[in-house]
Design a protein around this ligand. Structure first.
Ligand SMILES: Nc1ncnc2c1ncn2[C@@H]1O[C@H](COP(=O)(O)OP(=O)(O)OP(=O)(O)O)[C@@H](O)[C@H]1O
Length: 277
């Protein structure tokens, strides 16, 4: 990414958050979070509060600690010190599947779909991973299992429609164009109707057309949930995020509305320094 991208004036209209007279609850909170990998301090003390319903971006030059923070926030990686809370509940010591049961889903940087399975099958796999039905239950086709199957089909139909994947539902994931596979990855994450959706560089490798479509998709699915994304594409950040955090060298630099953050001298300097390096 180039500095000119960082300071360029937004061409896309940003999402306007609906005004609310109610106090806003915090969905994701980090306090004094550090992470060391041996001698490397990837996170050097992060405090953060992401409100319920926000679309929140994490940006910064390569090696700033974005992915590490992202992994710590969604419970994939345990911090060395400090604490992360989701909806006011500490996730310290929780396994990733326990964090997922709090209403959290994430998409991965590399598309994590089963290549040989169809689009619909990929969606149903995601459902069954979370529903946790026993093998015996399936063998005896219990009434509960049948009901669950119907609920899965209904949910999959909804996700196929909202992601624009209906026409592709019977196609193998392996033959889908890259941008469509990325949409499927979001669809997979949405199957469990998460309250917090974590997206790891969702627009990476997309052309302008695909990334504009992707922005539309996230706008459609965001209402009613909190979305946290790491992203290098500043057009996507400007178009989607209510707020973002710029990081450098494992520390928070500036947070606020994307345009303000992207034009902040310390942020411009951090990206310039990274380009010079
Ligand atoms: N598993 C790991 N083992 C050792 N060092 C790591 C590990 N993960 C990250 N690091 C180091 O921690 C620092 C922050 O890395 P991180 O991947 O979080 O940065 P980033 O901002 O996401 O970078 P990029 O944009 O290049 O993905 C870097 O110095 C990196 O080399």
């Amino acid at each position: 990414m180039y500095v000119s991208d960082v300071v360029k004036i937004a061409e896309h209209a940003r999402v306007v958050r609906p005004a609310s007279s109610l106090a806003v609850a915090v969905a994701v909170a980090a306090s004094a979070v550090t992470k060391r990998y041996g001698g490397i301090a990837a996170l050097k003390g992060i405090d953060l509060a992401i409100e319920e319903g926000e679309i929140f971006g994490i940006i910064g030059p390569n090696g700033a600690g974005k992915s590490t923070l992202f992994d710590v926030l969604c419970g994939i990686v345990q911090p060395t010190s400090g604490e992360v809370q989701l909806f006011g509940r500490s996730i310290s010591g929780m396994q990733p599947h326990e964090v997922a049961r709090l209403g959290v889903a994430r998409s991965f940087q590399r598309t994590a779909v089963f290549a040989e399975a169809s689009v619909s099958q990929n969606l149903c796999f995601a459902w069954h991973r979370m529903s946790g039905h026993s093998v015996l239950g399936r063998l005896f086709h219990s009434r509960h299992w049948h009901r669950d199957q119907e609920a899965c089909q209904d949910r999959a139909r909804h996700i196929l429609e909202i992601t624009g994947l209906w026409e592709d539902r019977n196609r193998s994931a392996s033959v889908l164009a890259y941008g469509v596979q990325r949409r499927l990855a979001v669809g997979v994450a949405l199957m469990t109707d998460p309250e917090i959706l974590f997206l790891d560089e969702p627009a990476a490798g997309m052309d302008d057309h695909d990334s504009a479509g992707f922005v539309d998709l996230i706008r459609r699915v965001a209402p009613g949930r909190t979305v946290v994304l790491v992203e290098h594409d500043m057009t996507v950040i400007r178009a989607l995020c209510h707020r973002c955090l710029a990081m450098a060298d494992g520390r928070p630099l500036v947070s606020g509305e994307p345009l303000d953050v992207l034009q902040h001298p310390e942020v411009v300097e951090a990206y310039l320094g990274a380009e010079d390096a």
